[in-house]
Write a protein that binds this ligand. Structure first.
Ligand code: SF4
Length: 104
């Protein structure tokens, strides 16, 4: 399975995928575990270890968030972790908006 398949608009040179650490991995399936418990936790940890040493993890994560990537580990985060991050971000934005309304 190929990992990043859509046009990139997030990195300065537009080709962050060329620098992806996962591109050099023999087994890219580890980035698409079939669950999030039991033996899959070991697979997820393996994938995250690759992401931790990836020089373009920030671009990868941003891209996955922008495109609502539904499956797999991107930028070192699972789909559940990305959803959580988005929820937290929306909550913080809502709180900031409320602060603005109070300040006016
Ligand atoms: S952060 Fe992980 S999934 Fe994203 S490009 Fe790097 S190694 Fe691949």
């Amino acid at each position: 399975m190929s990992h990043h398949v859509y046009p990139d608009t997030t990195s300065p040179d537009g080709n962050w995928r060329d620098h992806a650490a996962c591109a050099r991995e023999e087994d890219r399936e580890i980035f698409f575990p079939k669950g999030n418990s039991g033996p899959c936790l070991i697979i997820i940890a393996e994938a995250k270890a690759v992401c931790r040493r990836c020089p373009v993890a920030e671009y990868c994560l941003r891209s996955a968030l922008e495109t609502d990537e539904a499956f797999g580990i991107w930028g070192g985060l699972t789909e559940q972790e990305r959803r959580k991050l988005k929820r937290r971000s929306r909550r913080n934005t809502a709180l900031l908006d409320e602060d603005d309304e109070v300040a006016v």
